[in-house]
Design a protein around this ligand. Structure first.
Ligand code: URA
Ligand code: ZN
Length: 378
């Protein structure tokens, strides 16, 4: 049998979640045009431009975002045997305090049920398709104990393999000491956290809203997303999260953004910072160095679309065995209907094969073996 190919970065908006967005009028929301055209998904602040007609805002959202049969067809088309599905951004971050717990239980139970149903129906060996999931957390809940309880409850659901989270945490970023109970629960239960961007950078970073919108989604998605992840994980490092919780496991989306490339510079800036106790100052500063954290706490997906990025990721991770294949489906669909396969997926396949071409076992590991081992998949 061919080697398994596991997609660990693949999203769904569950039908109930999309219905909830349909009932909203503020970001995030879904707009259904009266003329029967595709619904529009407006999830980024920069999508909600009052100067653009509602039917043109954001991006079209079709069945690929919520229909699991479409996901399975996508998997078959690209030779993917197993997917670890996760709710897409912005998850449950925007919910009112009283709604968070109910919604996270609902979404996570729906994901669990989807996995169970699909796996039960996997019939022939030649068409194996298996689903697992990362759960969503009730981060706006009134008390962190509600988040902790959900992390523990997810351990009792047989298809859950971790949790997905954005970079805002409880609203103040991931260096917020208020998150310590959450880090402690993740560490204690050895739950992998899939850290994924959503908020990007302020439009001002790109020259203002007019410039950002001029180029569609390129600046927020190509630069805002990866830099957001880089900043979030660097703040975790600086605040000592990896010192207080040395056994937490974090999977970084988009190969950690710019982290693999900037790790040396981050380490050097820390070593030269007079504020830090280690250099005679009064602020604690991180104890474990960036490279140790990268080699013990961090996994990187291989969603980086090129060999230069992939080489940096492999180098920073201390080898290919902490890198995991992903697609970011259903985002970045082909613009032309005729495309047999998605260029966004084949580009990542090519980058993995091109970078590790002389080592067939390494290619297999990144495409599936690492995910099977790290996420304990069957
Ligand atoms: N990929 C995602 O996961 N989310 C987006 O909004 C765009 C690309
Ligand atoms: Zn994604």
């Amino acid at each position: 049998m061919a080697s398994p190919i596991v997609d660990i970065h693949t999203h769904v908006y569950t039908p109930a979640y999309l219905d909830m967005l349909r009932a909203r009028k503020n970001v995030p929301y879904v707009h259904d045009p009266a003329n029967g055209a595709d619904s529009r998904l407006i999830i980024l602040a920069s999508d909600d431009d009052a100067g653009t007609a509602l039917g043109q805002r954001g991006r079209p959202v079709d069945a690929s975002y919520s229909d699991i049969e479409v996901k399975l067809a996508f998997m078959r088309k690209h030779g993917i045997t197993t997917s670890v599905i996760s709710l897409a951004n912005p998850w449950l971050d925007f919910l009112e305090v009283d709604d968070a717990q109910v919604w996270s239980e609902k979404i996570n139970n729906d994901l669990e049920e989807t996995c169970a149903t699909v796996n039960k129906d996997s019939k022939s060996i030649s068409e194996v398709k298996t689903l697992y999931a990362f759960g969503a957390l009730p981060l706006s809940a009134p008390d962190p104990s509600i988040i902790v309880n959900e992390i523990k409850r997810l351990k009792t659901l047989s298809h859950m393999r971790g949790v997905i989270m954005g970079t805002s945490g409880l609203g103040k970023g991931l260096d917020d000491a208020g998150l310590d109970p959450v880090w402690a629960a993740l560490e204690e239960t050895q739950t992998i956290l899939f850290l994924h961007p959503h908020y990007g950078l302020p439009d001002e970073a790109f020259g203002g809203p007019e410039v950002t919108q001029r180029y569609g989604h390129v600046l927020p998605l190509a630069l805002g997303f990866p830099l957001e992840t880089t900043i979030a994980v660097t703040r975790m490092l600086l605040s000592g999260v990896f010192d207080r919780f040395p056994n937490i496991k974090i999977l970084l989306a988009h190969s950690g953004g710019a982290l693999p490339f900037l790790a040396g510079r981050i380490e050097s800036c820390i070593a030269h910072e007079r504020k830090f106790v280690a250099n005679g100052g009064s602020t604690q500063g991180p104890v474990r160095d960036v490279w140790t954290v990268l080699n013990t706490n961090i996994y990187l997906d291989a969603v980086v679309y090129g060999e230069a990025g992939l080489k940096a990721a492999i180098h920073a991770a201390g080898g290919h065995d902490r890198l995991l294949f992903g697609t970011d489906n259903p985002f970045f669909p082909p613009l032309s209907e005729e495309d047999a396969t998605w260029p966004s997926v084949t580009t990542n396949y090519k980058a993995i094969e091109g970078t590790l071409s002389t080592d067939k076992e390494a290619v297999k590991a990144v495409l599936g073996g690492n995910a099977i081992r790290i996420l304990n998949l069957n």
